[in-house]
Ligand binder design. Structure first.
Ligand code: NOJ
Length: 523
């Protein structure tokens, strides 16, 4: 996909950069923008079309930067605004576009608006930008309703004057009141601010949670509409965002976790968001029938609105792919994460390579999370080094999300400074410089696959046709005779008729496709 094509986003391979853990330019143990700039050639060689940066703004990092104190400034730990501008321009020169991450549902408790709200009297206009309420009970000692935080515990925190404020995530992340016109105005200005700086797109955090029932009723299971998930008011917000993006040819990718595919597709109508993450594919177990069903449902839900699908195997919130696929339960669910889950990394790695060929061959755009191309496993972080609020708010039972956020191993040499999260002792084996020199490494494999996806016809947006295949196997054709076959069954299978083999995720055996292996063919 050439960077000058207007529909680049319909087929793009997008690499997610978790800035804090990508590359440490100034040697203080934390990744930064100068680190990203020096690694741009690596990203160009990898062959990605765009970079999505998780929040790089000023933040106390109570939730890894998803607690934004200033949406128009870079956190000093990462660099400066002028460095971000340089980075955006340098990447663009290499044909790589930039996507920034906007967090509209909540701000940091250090944001000027929230500080002013705390300093204001109850009922003051500063508080109207958030959801402040009196509590229940004779002294207002109980939260205003029964909502729970996504991180566990009540979604309300009481302030010294007795009022409570709503936070669907951590207490350091007060929810904004999207019924307030100033909130809408401010975010449209933030979008313009970043589009003016040359970004090509915006990822929208928690995109389906912004609007709340004004009465903030108790959560009653099955209540329709839900008091804060997927409310109809959201579509008006995104239509006005779309008008802003259109002025700049910018695109959106929404973080929309919704089980109902018809409701999900509404966000992708032609005057709303361009794309949304396909989180059901990410959570799907390594099972041919279930994957096929997820793929079919995904394509069916996108077709009526004309939006391309996205394919995501992991991100900064979920268990890394090689680990997940090496476990008995190969699906992903926040509720079942636990310490010490037995894992066969050899098996997981084989499957992750096959899954990469599957996702890169499906119609639409695809996301690669930093370190996925190195085959990094989920790290077990010693309890006393864990930082993720999800761990603490679970009462210490959930290992949290730090295991997929460990700084990348660029070389086998010890880093100049202790990384902010400790890399496991054996991670020099995964070092990018070693893998670059190894023809069988995950990195070499990803480079080949991404290069073929770019240079060979048939990939990206467009139709998919299932081919007849035995149970436990997925086989489909794309345009121009491109065929992808994935064997998830117990036995080796014969390859369908073909003229040439473009790439396989592991060695063929006597011309057959072994289990947990995928192939790209040209027929
Ligand atoms: C989704 C982000 O991906 C996650 O990391 C964050 O904790 C929540 N939204 C809250 O912003």
């Amino acid at each position: 996909m050439s960077a000058s094509e207007p529909d680049w986003w319909r087929s793009a391979a997008i690499y997610q950069v978790y800035v804090r853990s990508f590359a440490d330019g100034d040697g203080d143990g934390t990744g930064d923008l100068s680190g990203v700039r020096t690694r741009l050639p690596y990203l160009a060689e990898l062959g990605v079309d765009a970079l999505w940066f998780t929040p790089w703004y000023v933040s106390p990092l109570a939730d890894g930067g998803y607690d934004v104190a200033d949406y128009r400034a870079i956190d000093p730990a990462f660099g400066t605004l002028s460095e971000a501008e340089k980075l955006i321009a340098e990447a663009r020169q290499l044909g790589i576009r930039t996507i920034v991450d906007i967090v509209p549902n909540h701000v940091s408790d250090q944001h000027v608006w929230f500080r002013a709200a705390l300093a204001a009297r109850p009922g003051g206009p500063e508080r109207a930008l958030f959801h402040f309420r009196r509590g229940r009970g004779t002294d207002g000692e109980r939260p205003p309703n029964d909502w729970e935080s996504e991180f566990g515990g009540p979604a309300w925190t009481r302030v010294p004057d007795g009022e409570w404020y709503l936070h669907l995530f951590a207490p350091e992340q007060p929810d904004l009141n999207w019924a307030h016109p100033a909130v809408r105005r401010e975010h449209e200005e933030i979008l313009r601010f970043w589009f003016e700086r040359g970004v090509a797109g915006v990822r929208i955090d928690s995109a389906a949670l912004l609007a709340k029932d004004a009465y903030l009723p108790d959560f009653a299971p099955g209540r329709d509409p839900h008091p804060y998930v997927d409310r109809d008011e959201l579509h008006d917000i995104y239509r006005s965002w779309r008008a802003v993006a259109d002025e700049y040819d910018g695109i959106f990718v929404g973080e929309v976790w919704l089980p109902d595919s018809e409701r999900f597709a509404r966000y992708l109508r032609p005057d709303e968001l361009h794309t949304a993450f396909n989180l059901s594919f990410l959570a799907c177990p390594w099972d041919a029938e279930r994957l096929r069903r997820t793929i079919d449902e995904t394509l069916a839900e996108h077709a009526p609105v004309g939006a391309p699908a996205t394919w995501v195997l992991c991100n900064h919130d979920v268990t890394r792919t090689v680990t997940r696929y090496g476990r008995e339960d190969t699906g992903f669910d926040f509720a079942t994460k636990a310490f010490g889950t037995p894992t066969d990394l050899g098996l997981g790695t084989r499957r992750a390579r096959a899954a990469a060929l599957l996702s890169l061959a499906l119609p639409g755009s695809v996301y690669v999370y930093q370190g996925e191309e190195l085959g990094l496993p989920e790290a077990e972080i010693p309890r006393d080094r864990i930082q993720d609020p999800m761990h603490f708010r679970s009462g210490g039972t959930d290992p949290g999300r730090d295991g997929c956020r460990v700084p990348l191993p660029w070389t086998g040499a010890p880093p100049a400074a202790e990384p902010w999260l400790p890399p496991p002792a054996d991670w020099d084996a995964y070092a990018a410089d070693r893998q670059a020199a190894d023809p069988d490494s995950m990195l070499t494999f990803y480079r080949r696959a991404l290069r073929l996806r770019r240079t060979e016809p048939g990939f990206g947006d467009g139709p998919l046709t299932w081919l007849p295949h035995p149970s436990g196997v997925l086989a489909f054709a794309r345009q121009d005779g491109l065929v992808c076959v994935v064997n998830l069954g117990a036995d080796q299978v014969a390859l369908p008729a073909h003229d040439s083999v473009l790439l396989t995720s592991g060695p063929l055996e006597g011309g057959g496709l072994p289990r947990d292996t995928a192939a790209w063919l040209r027929a």
